[in-house]
Design a protein around this ligand. Structure first.
Ligand code: IVH
Length: 707
């Protein structure tokens, strides 16, 4: 048997070997990220490698080497840019991931300060961009630099000067004159909207390079030698600290400057007065619990901000206390980053399957090794169409970067390079390596074996129509849904059963179902069958807009269905309308008009409508006058999350009262309906003095109570 001593020797040898491998890997990814703006693995994977390194080094401090990545912040800058030495090193932040970690942070602070007085904290968004330092001499911007390895960065003055919210000269202030030499720090971001536009432009340009996320886009832009590129891109700066010194080599404490505010938040206000852009979401609170509340509120707002954030930064506000607490090698003891769930993660594509939609469109869907991203576990991602697969260069078995940010639909943004795919084998939760296979569009429909046809440039469609059970299921699910015929209890599971048992062929067959037929279905009891029949019966009395929406005409959503009903008044008139007449309807363009005309020209659809009537479905004529003029001439804007109504419902209801519903706030806006997470539109409304109401008030106005 090995002695304890021998065992620990063994562990130590193993650790030494793992540490060497980890350092090599981390250095590799560090340089891809910092030097080439071309990361191959998501931040979360990099963090796991780094955390493992820190853990092993903590267990075996004697194995820490001076060149370990733990001993510095980033990586050396490229040779093509001039190097810049920061007046004081740019530090990093320790991270916490949960409430307890933050409580521990405060406990450590109190212990170190030997105090019981709960500190005040400056709370700020952790802006997910590129860290930069701006040097102002006698108020004039003389240099902009990246963080680089924290001590030395790259000179990007030419690009920084193109960013419109970075002042080239600071405003002087009699009471608080701008120091002779001021180093300002902050984060440069590309806005989300600007990112989408930048990528759109790049994808339409021959050889144009698209970026994986706004941060890479900002980094890629700042690393351009030609400032004209940066000048065209929507970059934005948020300032988060400043350092004062009398000369480059002689660092002077800002607290020693009697004129300098004694708090971090006070410093920020002063920087704001000098003209530097501050983050509007910042706040000052007392105690860690209030910091948690701040972080949760910020998280709720995350998706509505036009720039990306990856957490909250919590800083002890009092500068004297900051100095008393001091710093470790890489991080200050007085600040913490409270990280939000990562919006990117890597996973494996186990398979690609083909889904058939309501109108027969065939969509490739990636079946993924389940992965936690953006706060939820994701196991599927739509790939949209074959072009998207080609653009990504995706094959089954590939390791990919999945992103779930802002919107709720997860998206594969990148196939990882082979080297990175091999690297991440060391990561936990990795699936076994699959053999890589090309993705091929099937020539026959996976649901009904009918031939698959190409439709336009990128789409493929099953030609089976009503023969195809997948199309029938999708149409039926849509037909029964709440905003359509609203048949309570007829959900996804039952739709599957009804179509598989051949009890429902067209949507009109719902109204022929008998109790015996329902009882023949698995898990259908007497009571449930009665309830369902009642719900079906109740749904027979419907309205023209609901019916039109339920029929599932391509591109016709709730708002268009209402507009069509209002314009034509009756189904007969709509069915007879020509495409020229259809485009007269508000929001109906030529493509939609063609879809509508095509739908009614199809005999099978006419038969469904005749069957619906025959089986007792009724809808009163939709008199144009039913659109009240209560809100005529008004323009409404919806922003944030609505909890009772869907956006489309709210829009349709407001339009029915004669209002226009617009996407942006201006002086002409009559009312803004703001739900949780409302952001810039709400700010603008407040700024312009536009009336703002919440969903409860909207419901009350519409004559409804929230459920
Ligand atoms: S303070 C000593 N405040 O987060 C404190 N950093 O690891 C140093 N960051 O890349 C930073 N938003 O650029 C601070 N409000 C904020 C921040 C922030 C983003 C970045 C910083 C650095 C990383 C810290």
């Amino acid at each position: 048997m090995a002695s304890d001593n021998q065992k620990s020797e063994l562990n130590r040898d193993k650790a030494q070997q793992e540490l060497a491998e980890l350092r090599q890997l981390i250095n590799h990814h560090n340089s891809l990220y910092h030097q080439y703006d071309a990361p191959e693995i998501p931040d979360a994977d990099y963090d796991k490698l780094f955390d493992r390194l820190l853990l092993l080094e903590e267990q075996f401090p004697e194995l820490v080497t001076p060149d370990s990545p733990s001993q510095r912040v980033g990586d050396a800058p490229l040779d093509s840019f001039k190097q810049v030495t920061h007046d004081t090193p740019m530090m990093s932040l320790s991270k916490v991931f949960n409430d307890q970690d933050l409580a521990d942070f405060e406990a450590r602070i109190l212990k170190r300060l030997d105090s019981e007085e709960v500190p005040r904290y400056s709370c700020e968004p952790k802006v997910d961009g590129v860290a930069v330092s701006l040097l102002y001499e006698h108020g004039l911007l003389v240099r902009g630099a990246t963080r680089g390895d924290g001590v030395t960065g790259e000179d990007i003055t030419h690009n920084v000067k193109t960013i419109r919210n970075i002042p080239l000269r600071l405003n002087d202030n009699k009471k608080h004159p701008v120091p002779d030499r001021l180093e300002v720090r902050g984060e440069i971001v590309m806005t989300r909207s600007g990112f989408a536009a930048t990528n759109e432009k790049a994808s339409n340009t021959e050889g144009g390079r698209t970026f994986v996320n706004p941060r890479n886009a900002a980094a890629g832009t700042l690393r351009q030698l030609d400032p004209r590129i940066a000048a065209e891109r929507p970059l934005h700066f948020f300032c988060y600290s400043a350092h004062v010194s009398t000369s480059a080599d002689e660092g002077v404490d800002k607290a020693a400057d009697s004129n300098w505010p004694d708090s971090h938040s006070g410093s920020l206000e002063l920087l704001g007065q000098w003209g530097l852009p501050l983050n509007p979401e910042r706040d000052v609170v007392t105690g860690y619990q209030a910091c948690l509340d701040y972080a949760n509120e910020l998280l709720a707002k995350r998706d509505s901000l036009d720039y990306e954030i990856d957490g909250a930064v919590i800083k002890v506000d009092n500068i004297r206390l900051q100095q008393e607490l001091g710093s470790n090698a890489r991080t200050p003891r007085w600040a913490m980053a409270y990280k939000f769930p990562a919006e990117e993660a890597s996973t494996t594509v186990n398979d690609v399957e083909f889904q058939v939609g309501r109108t027969g469109t065939i969509t490739p869907v990636a079946r993924l090794e389940p992965v936690f991203v953006g706060g939820v576990t994701v196991s599927n991602a739509t790939l949209h169409n074959m072009d998207e697969i080609a653009r990504l260069g995706l094959r089954i078995g590939d390791r990919v970067i999945l992103r779930r940010a802002g919107d709720v639909i997860p998206k594969i943004v990148k196939v990882m390079e082979m080297t990175a795919q091999a690297d991440t084998e060391a990561l936990p939760g990795k699936s076994d390596q699959l053999e890589r296979r090309e993705v091929v569009m099937p020539s026959i429909c996976p649901a009904c074996d009918s031939p698959v046809e190409k439709d336009g440039e990128v789409l493929y469609r099953c030609t089976g129509g009503l023969v195809c059970p997948a199309q029938r299921k999708e149409s039926l699910r849509h037909f029964c849904s709440r905003a359509a015929m609203d048949i309570e209890g007829l959900g996804e599971k039952l739709v599957e059963q009804l179509v598989d048992a051949n009890l429902v062929h067209t949507v009109a067959d719902v109204f022929t179902l008998s109790k015996e037929q329902l009882l023949s279905l698995e898990r259908m009891g007497d009571k449930s069958a009665d309830n369902l029949l009642n719900a079906i019966n109740k749904a027979k009395a419907t309205t023209l807009p609901r019916l039109l929406f339920a029929l599932g005409i391509r591109e016709v959503g709730e708002a268009t269905a209402l507009a069509l009903a209002t314009h034509f008044g009756s189904l007969e008139k709509l069915m007879q309308a020509s495409e020229e007449e259809l485009v007269q309807v508000e929001d109906v363009g030529p493509i939609m008009a063609a879809h509508i005309a095509h739908f009614f020209a199809n005999e099978e659809n006419d038969k469904v409508i005749a069957d619906l009537r025959e089986r007792g479905v009724t809808w009163p004529e939709h008199e144009s006058q039913t659109v009240s003029d209560e809100l005529a001439g008004q323009t409404w804007v919806l922003t944030g999350t609505l909890e009772t109504l869907t956006r489309d419902e709210a829009k349709a209801r407001l339009q029915a009262l004669g209002a226009k519903v617009s996407g942006s706030v201006s002086k002409k806006t009559s009312v803004v309906v703001a739900g949780p997470g409302a952001g810039s539109k709400l700010d603008k409304a407040t700024e312009l003095g536009v009336k703002v109401i919440d969903e409860q008030e909207l419901l009350a106005m519409l004559g409804e109570q929230a459920g």
